[in-house]
Design a protein around this ligand. Structure first.
Ligand SMILES: [Zn+2]
Length: 372
């Protein structure tokens, strides 16, 4: 599965809710939160990415595909038998597995997740077959996504390698290499298991603790985290803007600027991934020339765009924070770097801290980036 921004997460209402957090001896974090979610839950398990080189670029993505099936290839059947679904995602900073569904499936979801994380052999022919699946997946990737990957790699070098990987590199992987990689990825350090929804937090947290506590702590292999980003750059087929860390109010203002522009210029494709580190927001175009479309939009009505963008960004924020999927996603990706992260407080800070003038400033910076 491709890495994607959870831009459209629809969902349930939030209320002040019982929650429980456990810090395990191996470094893993467990978080369970009860919320009104229409009888449903969302469970996410996240592992810190291990650094890739051009030689191993995409092995983590390949591992994600293989692990998601489980040792007996039973994960899908198990999950679907309870009306649940599994999403697997490889990002630059993490590997993430999410199972969502009706609450009576929670125990089964954890069993399925344990199969995903099981220490097991990966057969060489199984690996080769999955490389074919990756090739098919790559063929379906849209040009805006490819352009975004190129922008990241151009601006960040090795620290900006795409989460997808290169087919040449994954063709060099074999079963032994993947098992070795799994032993470095599925470890306690940097791991988070988080659930939100109609569950009993104490019971859920204890169950998730049993799932993660058997993992080794793993060696501290810090990811070469991005410290800062260059100013915006207009490439031929994508426009890249510096994206502040998710807890910086500039995050919502930058997103608002992009949403404002895309609300009047259909066909623009916004790409970004919320992160504790600075990154990029890219704007591609289905019809070819995003810089021209962005210029046109901003020239026609910057004040309207700031207003539209602010409203869209705040709506997005409310949907994200208001849904079980959004809350588990945010906690899964942010808790290791920001142990005190709380979605409700974050939303409040963003709502109060982001004004139309902030979006207008982000639009002005976007406009400078696309000047001919
Ligand atoms: Zn994939």
């Amino acid at each position: 599965m491709l890495s994607s921004l959870a831009l459209v997460i629809a969902g349930a209402q939030v209320f002040e809710s019982p929650k429980l957090r456990l810090n395990l001896d191996n470094g893993a974090i467990v978080h369970a939160e009860q919320m009104q979610a229409g009888g449903r839950f969302s469970l996410a398990v996240r592992f810190r990415a291990v650094p890739e080189t051009t030689e191993t670029h995409g092995w983590r993505h390949l591992l994600e595909h293989l692990a998601a099936k489980g040792p007996a290839k039973e994960v899908d059947r198990l999950v679907e038998s309870h009306g649940m679904f599994l999403l697997a995602e490889t990002g630059r900073e993490w590997t993430l597995f999410t199972i969502s569904g009706p609450s009576d499936g929670f125990a089964t979801a954890v069993e399925a997740m344990e199969q995903v994380l099981a220490d097991r052999e990966y057969a060489d022919d199984e690996v080769r077959a999955e490389v074919t699946v990756l090739a098919e997946e790559l063929a379906l990737v849209e040009s805006a996504q490819r352009a975004s990957w190129e922008a990241w790699e151009t601006l960040f070098g090795a620290a900006g390698l795409s989460p997808f990987g290169s087919l040449e590199a994954v063709e060099r992987a074999d079963g032994a290499a993947l098992r070795q990689l799994a032993s470095r990825v599925f470890v306690g350090r940097g791991a988070v298991a988080t659930v939100a929804g109609d569950i009993e937090p104490r019971v859920a947290a204890e169950r998730m603790k049993r799932m993660l506590q058997r993992l080794p702590a793993g060696s501290p292999e810090p990811l070469a985290i991005r410290q800062s980003v260059p100013s915006g750059v207009a490439f031929a087929s994508t426009v890249a803007m510096p994206m502040p860390p998710v807890r910086d109010p500039g995050f919502l203002a930058t997103l608002g600027a992009a949403m404002g522009v895309s609300s009047v210029q259909p066909g623009l494709v916004i790409g970004t991934t919320p992160s504790a580190a600075p990154g990029l927001l890219t704007i591609g175009s289905k019809s070819g020339d995003p810089a021209r479309q962005i210029r046109k939009a901003i020239e026609e009505g910057p004040d309207v765009l700031a207003e539209l963008g602010l409203r869209s960004a705040k709506d997005w924020l409310a949907r994200l924070v208001g849904s079980a999927e959004g809350r588990t996603y945010l906690r899964a990706i942010l808790l290791p770097e920001s142990p005190a992260f709380d979605p409700d407080r974050w939303k409040q800070d963003m709502d109060l801290g982001t004004a139309r003038s902030d979006v207008a400033r982000a639009l002005a910076s976007l406009r400078r980036t696309v000047e001919p």
